[in-house]
Write a protein that binds this ligand. Sequence first.
Ligand SMILES: [Zn+2]
Length: 154
Amino acid sequence: MDFVKIPTKQKKHNFIPENELRGKQLRDFVFAGNALFTLANTDTDNHVTFKVKKHKEEDVWFVSTLGQYGKYVFIGTCFSDKKYKHSKNSDIALSDKKVDVFNWMLSKFFNDQDKYPMVRVYHHGRCGACHKKLTTPESIKSGIGPVCSGKRRG
Ligand SMILES: [Zn+2]
């Protein structure tokens, strides 16, 4: 007996999101320390991938975006106020759409996610804090593994 029925219809995209993040879960995930996630606009069929990595000691987060050829490009930083600050050293201009999207996510989307049902955020199946593969159903939902969420030690 099959556990699930395999759909015969082909998926439209190769991009298959692991799971969607919402509300506090999303905000916690983005600043968890080592977060990889994709924002998708289902109306326009666009998506942008970001990596937000925390400094080892300080409350500084480094933001990168997935550029051409699968390489991550550093765009800017967030400090303890969790606002985006564009870097002069970035290869991507402040006027770039990807920078816009990140700024928009922090300033608008974070506070009123329900207003934008066409925008979805997905993690890539890895813990937002330590980047290990998520395996428990609960952690696949939250994006944070059992050890990092403090629910289980060891
Ligand atoms: Zn973890």
